[in-house]
Design a protein around this ligand. Structure first.
Ligand SMILES: Cc1ncc(COP(=O)(O)O)c(C=O)c1O
Length: 454
């Protein structure tokens, strides 16, 4: 295979990564377990094999150091390997892996989540955001006795068959706004499954109202994120989330808030705190455990208590759901977040705003029509078509076809070559509580160099 260079770095600087990648291609489809970190995500650049991280510095197998802004696809919020989290993990590690019984830490950690998340009376742990979404959807169906789930175009809710549709569909295939076609984002999803989930454009309250008026008696739940976080970070229109709450309540439809990205990132209490909204169920992952595989379904007591073994209730299982190691990581992480001073999230946001405004200036000075969205614990860099006006974008159909993803990837490769790890593929640029003003300055310096070289 032939590879492009990261910025001005010779390919030799990644010699060990290249060797490992060539070997992995023979063993793992896409050379990594998740396609997101696989060879296509990096191509035409080499996959970088990271070896260790401390705070916000990560080091690859060739000894190259980077300031990390990829942050475990938004899962690192307290920096890498914070001692306070590690000590809880270590203590659990020494006790043995798993005994198929519950254990003291499980309810203690659920109690921490219930204290920190505004609308959470009860919490169940599971391993991934995907499974948490799947569980919340089943719970909503069981609780309401209705089958259909309504999601929004451009929203990603994990890779289950019940959610991987109309995530990044081509707009021309979607059809009308009122009755869009359902387009799977992967091959192999049964047609019958696609019939159980419908999507409409996000951020259009009239459309939602009309849909619920027409079909509310068939819809068990509306699932949404508070921001459109996987399609370029668009913010909700004023009142959109409040109206969504009111409308779902009026139609006896559950409101599932997917906080896998926003949870413990946009604020300590996630989007529920930041936007002051009260979903019936909410889903957490990523920053919940600062890089470890733990996710959670939380919500109102009345709905959560419908998880049970009775004939009407929804079953919830999984050998490794709430695994002691993952829960210990969650406990250590949440305790560390709770111990931070009251201004920690304000400081994180202020640094994010400095990053955002710096990136905007750099890209405007270099002559690009770029969108760097307002900070939500993360942002993006979009190179937009000359004639598009990204300030007016509100939904996936606006984004689709109007950003130059290849240009972003070239930009990111230049930034990475300067020792700043932006997501190599279209993705979120994140901060943690451990990023300092100096790290932001370094990222801006690298971005300036990259923008000039493009
Ligand atoms: C909003 C959202 N929901 C759900 C998921 C699925 O989480 P996981 O990758 O842990 O299965 C993701 C993953 O990126 C996500 O961004």
């Amino acid at each position: 295979m032939t590879y492009e260079r990261y910025g001005q770095q010779p390919l030799d600087a990644y010699a060990r990564s290249l060797e490992l990648q060539e070997n992995a291609i023979e063993e793992i489809p896409e050379a990594a377990s998740s396609n997101y970190r696989g060879k296509t995500s990096y191509a035409p650049y080499p996959m970088i094999y990271m070896e260790e991280g401390e705070g916000v510095t990560i080091t690859d197998v060739d000894g190259n150091e980077y300031i990390d802004f990829h942050c475990g696809v938004s899962s690192i919020i307290n920096g890498h390997n914070p001692e306070q989290q590690l000590s809880v993990v270590r203590e659990q590690l020494d006790r043995g892996a798993y005994f198929a019984t519950t254990y003291e830490l499980e309810a203690e950690t659920a109690s921490l989540v219930n204290d920190l998340v505004p609308g959470s009376d009860r919490t169940k742990f599971i391993s991934t955001g995907t499974e948490a979404v799947m569980t919340a959807m089943r719970l909503a169906r069981a609780y309401t006795g209705k089958d259909k789930i309504l999601k929004f175009e451009g929203m990603y809710h994990g890779h289950t068959d019940y959610a991987l549709m109309n995530y990044h569909p081509p707009t021309e295939a979607l059809g009308t706004r009122r009755n869009p076609n359902t387009i799977p984002d992967a091959n192999g999803i049964p047609r019958k499954t696609l019939e159980t989930v419908e999507s409409i454009p996000w951020n259009d309250i009239d459309l939602l109202e009309e849909k619920l008026d027409r079909e509310g008696d068939e819809i068990a739940a509306v699932i949404t994120e508070a921001t459109l976080s996987n399609s370029g970070l668009l913010w909700p229109e004023d009142d959109y989330l409040d109206r969504l709450r009111e409308l779902t309540r009026e139609h006896d439809v559950l409101f599932i808030l997917d906080e896998v990205v926003t949870g413990f990132r946009i604020a300590l209490g996630g989007a529920q705190e930041y936007f002051d909204i009260e979903p019936d169920l909410a889903i957490y992952g990523k920053s919940l455990a600062n890089g470890y595989p733990c996710a959670a379904v939380t919500g109102r007591e009345e709905v959560m208590e419908f998880i049970g073994t009775g004939s009407d209730e929804a079953t919830f299982m999984g050998t490794f759901s709430g695994h002691p190691m993952a829960v210990a990581a969650t406990k250590g992480n949440l305790e560390l977040l709770a111990d931070r001073d009251d201004d920690a999230y304000e400081r994180l946001r202020a640094r994010g705003e400095t990053l955002v405004s710096g990136l905007r200036d750099i890209l405007a000075d270099a002559g690009y029509n770029a969108l760097v969205p307002d900070f939500a614990g993360f942002t993006y860099v979009h190179f937009c078509d000359e004639d598009s006006n990204p300030e007016e974008w509100t939904e996936w159909r606006d984004v689709d076809g109007n950003i130059d993803i290849e240009m972003y990837e070239r930009f990111a490769s230049e930034v990475i070559g300067e020792g700043v790890f932006f997501p190599p593929k279209f993705g979120r640029i994140n901060l943690t509580h451990e990023h300092t003003d100096e790290h932001i300055e370094a990222a801006l310096e690298a971005s300036k160099t990259a923008a000039q070289r493009l």
